[in-house]
Design a protein around this ligand. Structure first.
Ligand SMILES: NC(=O)C1=CN([C@@H]2O[C@H](COP(=O)(O)OP(=O)(O)OC[C@H]3O[C@@H](n4cnc5c(N)ncnc54)[C@H](OP(=O)(O)O)[C@@H]3O)[C@@H](O)[C@H]2O)C=CC1
Ligand SMILES: O=C(CO)COP(=O)(O)O
Length: 332
């Protein structure tokens, strides 16, 4: 049993907090909004971000005080929208105990720097690699909040520390595997969101399973090539965090990225789709970062590039799909 603090009481932060509480840990949620803090602390309910759970576990509390939140933490989980992670974590520098492990649930690439979340978290908190872990897998928050069986992957350069975190989040319905491939987990989680935008868009425009499978498979090839160039282990892309998360995210209206894309496919503008989005669609700001990473590593990113033309220039679904393939016949 450990003291675990979750920074960010969004949908996944709260659902993962419940997993940790179900596993027997003492869980403290930190959130900025007083309404969320009071809801979890006084009523065991997060009516803003995870209303589907009527009563959160009794061994789960909340605070808005940063120092109090992390003072006794053995493990700190970061679950903040990726583009705000740096600004939010800067306020925690020097407050987190030097023995604590820090794990990220975030799936995005920082738009302004092109950095992965492992880089952002370690840099901002001045954290050595052996104390950082990435957690990624097919983990749609609502289904895990409903305690449906699911699995994830915990990655850390120090495999014993990955095991410590995996043990802390293992319950009878949630299972964690371990790996040393932090970069692979980060690249899978971030890039699948861009693929989910494209699949959602095609589905929203009325196309069927063949089109979806085409985008998912070409997306997998793209994220594998870019991931390998960034230093990931190719095996990771065939696992839970790679193919597994693509299947879950690209096939579910519970995914904010899929839904965002679907709304674009139905004819909404980026502004309109943003307005009706229920939570952060990380693929939107991550798309341009993926295109930039592709240029940096010399890896073609046709899918991310086509999606960037959708998001930045408003091209149609048909144009996006035709941009996926270059001229001529190539080997798969
Ligand atoms: N939902 C899911 O199924 C899954 C999500 N993820 C990833 O986990 C991460 C969090 O997702 P999720 O919890 O669902 O997202 P939500 O959109 O539900 O919540 C976003 C969280 O970020 C916080 N936040 C935003 N801006 C700031 C800021 N400036 N300072 C502090 N906190 C801020 C929000 O706080 P506030 O509520 O106060 O605005 C909220 O806690 C994302 O990277 C996502 O890709 C990964 C797996 C599954
Ligand atoms: O990452 C997820 C499932 O694994 C959740 O996807 P969305 O962020 O698109 O909701």
């Amino acid at each position: 049993m450990a003291n675990v603090t979750v920074l960010g009481a969004g949908a996944w932060g709260t659902a993962f907090g419940q997993v940790l509480a179900d596993a027997g840990n003492n869980v403290t949620m930190w959130a900025i909004e007083p309404e969320i803090v009071e809801g979890i602390r006084d009523h065991h309910h997060n009516g803003v971000r995870l209303p589907s759970v009527e009563t959160l576990p009794s061994n789960m509390t909340a605070t808005g005080d940063r120092a109090e939140a992390v003072a006794n933490a053995d493990i700190v989980i970061v679950a903040i929208a990726a583009q705000f992670a740096r600004v939010a974590l800067t306020e925690f520098k020097g407050l987190i105990p030097e023995t604590a492990l820090v794990a990220s649930l975030m799936k995005g690439i920082e738009r302004t720097t092109g950095k992965r979340m492992d880089e952002v978290v370690m840099e901002t908190l001045d954290l050595p690699a052996e104390r950082f872990a990435a957690i990624s897998g097919p983990n749609l928050s609502k289904q895990i909040a409903d305690r449906e069986p699911a699995a994830t992957v915990v990655g850390c350069a120090n495999i014993d520390n990955a095991r410590t975190i995996a043990t802390a989040c293992t319950t009878d319905y949630f299972r964690a595997f371990v790996t040393r491939d932090v970069i692979g987990l980060e690249m899978c989680g971030s890039l699948k969101n861009v693929v989910a935008l494209a699949v959602g868009m095609a589905r929203g425009a009325g196309y069927g399973e063949n089109t979806a499978a085409m985008i998912e498979t070409r997306g997998l090839a793209e994220l594998t090539a870019l991931g390998e160039a960034a230093g990931a282990d190719p095996k990771t892309f065939a696992g839970l965090a790679g193919v597994g998360d693509l299947i879950a995210t690209c096939g579910s209206p519970l995914s904010r990225n899929y839904t965002f894309g679907s709304n674009l496919g139905k004819g909404l503008s980026v502004e309109e789709a943003t307005k009706v989005s229920n939570g952060v669609a990380e693929g939107v700001p991550t798309t341009d970062a993926v295109v930039a990473l592709g240029k940096q590593y010399g890896v073609p990113t046709p899918l991310a590039t086509a999606m960037s033309h959708v998001l930045d220039d408003g091209i149609s679904c048909a144009q996006m799909l035709s941009e996926l393939f270059g001229e001529g016949i190539t080997e798969e």
